[in-house]
Ligand binder design. Structure first.
Ligand code: AHR
Length: 503
């Protein structure tokens, strides 16, 4: 059996983990809001209609930040429709998802939900059908203390204190021809720069995200980023990246290597941003906001949209995630962590029902999908400084990415507690013996090995009837010999290995 090796040394620091890497996303799409986080009349609903069971799962998931209200939805959204007395709010056509938007949930409800969920809000402005003025109006409503028409309107709606929203997305995926208000890079770059300039006049403390490509496979990828950043570099703090991995073709070997693509994508976006910085003589390094990522059975979407009229909150994009999908999600998180020096924000898309770790039945219970588990454990244990690991791993062949290492890892050292945490994925179909060399961190002992293993039940999913079919299991911690530790990673598995200082 082939063995993998890993050398970990606290001197190999990449950077501190930003809690904003554990973000999620709530879009007015399908049953993410209505029937997901918000369901007046549900036995678990609070007086605002917020589902307490979903709030509890959100906190358990360890989400730090939530992007809102879209997504494609934001590109046709009028934020004013969602504030003020609920009975006065208009019903509108949502062109992005061909549904009726009732507007019974809006900014003020979202901010109440974010406070209850203990997450930082990340707001997107509409740069599809709208522009500088509407973005400024929304920022004035949200962040200006008072004494102006829109800030006083917020106060009249019950929020005396400004919301103080720090993170703002300048539109969504405007490179995509499917986007309402789709633009060329020149058109978007100019609009984003103008909007950013005006928003920073209202509130200089905001951090702004310019739209990068909606996928690495877009024909305009990289040239879009270069043009947009030529216009916006000095005004923004982040460039976004989005990526979804589709298991539909059944090529499991390639699916399990999805993180190879994400890794390359981040490297290319950073290289493009640094190229523009050099050209513009900018010394400030831009960070990436990876604000949409996940596994998504995208080929099923058309079926969801076809053949129905305009309805409210239909079941859309409600993927049932398998055990293999959970391993892939764990590996994508490993990749984000490994780029902690240049990825400052990330959001898994989405939070509830729509390609989501949390699933609900309208009127019924909420449960954890398979992908809930690697996210929750990573958010909980990824503390301190990310260390560069030097794995030596056997490889396996894939159709999409060629020969790929079987092992993928990241390690974190928490200077405060002295603890070391290693996240490791075995993409192979055999168990993988792993030798860890902890030479720079002597005096540690293994305290836990949790593994989500898909080898025996790769297509296993968690359902309302069987919500805990796929969960991580405790395995024996490794055997120790001096600074070396030997563990066994089960076939197709995501693993959490924890080490603590000797007492
Ligand atoms: O997350 C689902 C959709 O994927 C979002 O609305 C859009 O931004 C992306 O294409």
């Amino acid at each position: 059996m082939r063995t993998a090796r890993l050398t970990i040394d606290s001197a190999f620091a990449i950077g501190a983990v930003d809690r904003r890497l554990f973000g999620s996303f709530v879009e007015h799409l399908g049953r993410c809001v209505y029937g997901g986080i918000h369901e007046p009349g549900h036995p678990e609903a609070d007086p605002l209609g917020l589902r307490r069971d979903v709030l509890a799962l959100t906190r358990e998931l360890g989400v730090s930040m939530v992007r809102y209200p879209g997504g494609n939805f934001v590109s046709g959204y009028r934020w004013e429709d969602g504030v003020g007395p609920v009975d006065d709010r208009p019903r509108r056509l949502d062109l992005a998802w061909k549904t009726i938007e009732p507007n019974t949930f809006g900014l003020d409800e979202f901010m109440a939900w974010a406070a209850a969920a203990q997450v930082e809000p990340m707001m997107a402005v509409n740069l599809g059908t709208r522009g500088v003025q509407e973005a400024c109006d929304l920022l004035e409503y949200a962040n200006h203390p008072g004494g102006t028409r829109l800030s006083d309107l917020r106060r009249a709606h019950g929020a005396q204190q400004p919301y103080g929203i720090r993170l703002w997305c300048l539109g969504n995926e405007l490179d995509g021809p499917w986007q309402v208000g789709h633009k060329t890079a020149e058109e978007y770059g100019r609009l984003a720069a103008e909007t950013a300039r005006a928003m920073k006049l209202i509130d200089p403390s905001v951090s702004l995200v310019a739209c990068g490509s909606s996928g690495r496979g877009m024909p305009t990828f990289a040239s879009w980023e270069a043009t947009v950043l030529e216009h916006t570099y000095e005004h923004v703090d982040f460039i976004s990246a989005h990526s979804y991995y589709d298991p539909s073709d059944g090529d499991r070997a390639s699916l399990l290597a999805s993180a190879v693509d994400m890794d390359q994508f981040i490297t290319e976006v950073v290289a493009t941003a640094d190229h523009v910085a050099a050209r513009l003589r900018q010394t400030r390094k831009l960070k990436v906001s990876f604000d949409e990522w996940n596994v998504w059975y995208q080929s099923r979407v058309q079926g969801d949209l076809d053949g129905r009229g305009w309805v409210e909150a239909p079941a859309l994009l409600e993927d049932d995630y398998t055990a293999v999908d959970a391993v892939v999600v764990g590996d994508l998180l490993i990749t984000l962590l490994r780029h902690a020096d240049r990825v400052g924000v990330a959001a898994q898309a989405q939070l509830a029902n729509v390609i989501a770790p949390i699933r609900t039945r309208t009127g019924g219970p909420a449960w954890r999908q398979t992908i809930f588990h690697p996210f929750a454990l990573t958010a909980r244990y990824a503390r301190g400084t990310v260390l560069r690991t030097e794995p030596v791993s056997p490889t396996y062949p894939t159709k999409r990415y060629g020969d790929v290492p079987v092992l993928d890892t990241v390690a974190l050292h928490d200077e405060e507690s002295g603890a070391l945490t290693v996240f490791a994925v075995n993409r192979g179909t055999d168990d993988l013996p792993l030798d860890l060399d902890l030479r720079g961190l002597s005096g540690l002992r293994p305290v836990q090995h949790l593994s989500l293993a898909a080898g025996d039940d790769p297509e296993g999913v968690n359902t309302e009837a069987e919500p805990d079919r796929v969960t991580p299991r405790e395995l024996p911690t490794g055997t120790v010999d001096g600074d070396r530790c030997a563990v066994r990673l089960p076939a197709i598995s995501w693993n959490l290995l924890r080490f603590a200082p000797l007492p």
